[in-house]
Design a protein around this ligand. Sequence first.
Ligand code: FBP
Length: 253
Amino acid sequence: MIDLSHITSNGRALFLAYDQGLEHGPTDFNDETIDPEFILKIGLDGKFNAIIFQKGIAEKYYSSELKNELSLIVKLNGKTNLVKDQDPYSPLLCSVDEAIKLGAVGVGYTVYPGSEFEAKMTEELATVVREAHAQGIPVVGWMYPRGKNVPNPTDPEIIAYAARLGLELGADIVKVQYPGSLESLKHVIQSAGKTKVVVSGGKKESEEEFLETARIVVKSGALGMAVGRNIWQSKEPLEVTRKLKEIIFDQTC
Ligand code: FBP
């Protein structure tokens, strides 16, 4: 089993995602959050288990000297949301070796199960797993069912299938969208077997809705959450982080 200790604490994990600049463009940002330094500071001050950057941001803003304070997970593939009329494919943009040189102690890769390009992505994830495991570092699979074969990407059964795919392909952690209820999340976790599950944030209506999802995540037995916008789009990112950590890590202060 690959060691997850650099990106977990007490058997739980909370990751701060900041790859939205590539996935969504600057529309997600304001004058503060457009600056990766601002997000890095939230990651450090909020003591997240890891921050998730693409390689360009990692190279210019993260330093290996931060390794003991805030772990880095480099997202190895990505795509914009500008191409809308075809099934999604997210190409590999960074190698495992490059990510390790940038200070990464984990790597991430998105698969869109159901896309007509699924085979290319499963093949790339398999290669990433082989290379990362050869170096002893964990792989987080963003498993997001999508494309014309997937009429409902949040159907709990299809999310469970995506989580299972992560297990079958060797991912150590799968990142999935919240399937809508405690029972369905438990089924997703059961499908993932010994592969751990983290739940993504998504764009929640309110802070309370976000924190309620976190409570369900903890009840389900999942490893934790990998979240971005619900933290750094908040007016008080560190206050939401504090509340979230109380839930995820059962902290009382
Ligand atoms: P959020 O917490 O901001 O939703 O981020 C989670 C995440 O998986 C990011 O890592 C990624 O950039 C984004 O969601 C992808 O969102 P989508 O493909 O649904 O537009």
